[in-house]
Design a protein around this ligand. Structure first.
Ligand code: ASP
Length: 333
């Protein structure tokens, strides 16, 4: 019997419509899940497909409210014996954040695959239909299990921990620069190279919180972008607005100017969680390299970019915890 796959649609360019097929301007989130399924030839040969509309927005408008509803719906569905996998369609702008959030909050070893498109549904050479075909093939493939949340785009299979968007317009936008690809998929035939190294899904300590009411409210964590002559009072603004934690998108190995280091250390001493990440797209941020993290009370993001570091810190702050425990989470997830 064919596996049962549920497609959960959230919008994005894959559901977008442009005024003319050869024009860059378009509106995301215009096509619904039923039309999207119908636009892909032979999808029903891969699996028994059903679809649900979770949202229909450009992924720049994905909120934590939508993310929590999505995670909880996935957990409900995967709890059913007759459902084998999930495909989430999503805009590419914040795909890596949603993938990482789901990687930490899905409470099942069954496969969850995200996909999207760089070109609207009616554009010349729209990439959405083949991406959706490949995503369903991977979700239906028993070999894809236990690899965490996957993102399938442009024949590549990425892990949620490692992928990042690198180009504003090209269909080859996602790369996994730190750890490499999980595999490849071509017209539904997949090859896998590795299992993700970091903890995820049913092995994540956060995932059981997203299975039943009441769903947790996430604390505010801000990202502050470092640059030449960075104003140190950006940190004060975040704290004044209620941030419990701040991720610094640092220069190089998570650096910021001396004035900001001093101010951030002052805030860390007052109980604000400061994580040093990097605005550089590849490489890790290490402890005590140019900044004395031990003395300043900072945490380093290790492999996580600022957007993903923010998500991990928000989840970590759901329960009372200390800096050293959070540092260990950054090495584990
Ligand atoms: N802005 C769009 C979105 O993220 C871009 C895309 O889907 O490619 O929804």
């Amino acid at each position: 019997m064919k596996p049962s796959i549920v497609i959960l649609a959230t919008g994005g360019t894959i559901a977008g419509i442009s005024q003319a097929p050869a024009q860059a301007g378009y509106r995301p989130g215009k096509v619904d899940v039923r039309q999207m399924i119908q636009s892909v030839p032979d999808l029903d040969k891969l699996a028994r497909i059903t679809g649900e509309q979770i949202a229909n927005v450009g992924s720049q408008d994905i909120s934590f409210d939508i993310l929590i509803r999505l995670a909880c719906r996935i957990n409900q569905l995967l709890n059913q014996n007759d459902i084998h996998g999930i495909v989430v369609t999503h805009g590419t702008d914040t795909m890596e954040e949603t993938a990482f959030f789901l990687n930490l909050t899905v409470n099942s070893p069954k496969t969850v695959v995200m996909t999207g498109a760089m070109r609207p549904a009616n554009a010349i050479s729209a990439d959405g239909p083949l991406n959706l075909f490949n995503a369903v093939a991977v979700a239906a493939d028993p070999d894809a299990r236990e690899r965490g949340v996957l993102v399938v785009m442009n024949d590549r299979i990425h892990g949620a921990h490692s992928l990042t968007k690198t180009n504003t317009t090209s269909v080859e936008t996602f790369l996994s620069p730190v750890n490499g690809l999980v595999g490849t998929v071509n017209y539904g035939k997949s090859v896998y190279f590795r299992y993700p190294f970091r903890r995820h899904t049913h092995l994540s300590e956060f995932s059981s919180r997203f299975c039943q009411f009441p769903y947790p409210a996430l604390p505010r964590v801000d990202i502050v972008y470092a640059c030449i002559d960075m104003p140190p009072d950006l940190i004060d603004c975040s704290v004044a607005c209620g941030a419990a934690g701040i991720v610094i998108a640092g220069d190089g190995n998570g650096n910021m100017n001396q004035a900001t280091v001093k101010n951030a250390a002052k805030k860390a001493a007052q109980g604000i969680f400061i994580v040093r990440s990097s605005r550089v797209p590849t490489g890790t941020v290490g402890r005590n390299v140019e900044v004395d993290d031990d003395a300043c009370g900072f945490i380093v993001s290790d492999e996580l970019n600022p957007a993903k570091a923010r998500i991990l810190l928000m989840l970590a702050l759901l329960k009372p915890t200390g800096r050293q425990q959070i540092q260990q989470l950054f090495y584990a997830y």
